[in-house]
Ligand binder design. Structure first.
Ligand SMILES: [Zn+2]
Ligand SMILES: [Zn+2]
Length: 80
């Protein structure tokens, strides 16, 4: 079984010696390695240590954003 010819991609070939993802990119953009999606539109992982859930706000996932907000509230109360 042949693998995708794109660098560091070892998914099985779907068409044109590329996997389905890279073939789709090639069809859409004319270039299989292009990533034209703006970074802000890409879902990013939570910046909390050992958490890879998707960000909802301020770089945290919903659970850790809640904790982050709670901690900030406490800090404000302590400082004032
Ligand atoms: Zn590929
Ligand atoms: Zn998180």
């Amino acid at each position: 079984m042949a693998n995708c010819t794109i660098n560091e991609c070892d998914k099985p070939v779907k068409a044109k010696q590329m996997c389905s993802m890279h073939h789709q990119r090639w069809r859409r953009h004319g270039d299989p390695v292009v990533t034209k999606v703006r970074q802000s539109a890409e879902p990013t992982a939570c910046k909390w240590v050992n958490c890879d859930r998707l960000t909802v706000s301020k770089g945290f996932c919903s659970k850790h954003y809640y904790i982050y907000r709670m901690q900030n509230v406490q800090k404000v109360q302590v400082n004032s």
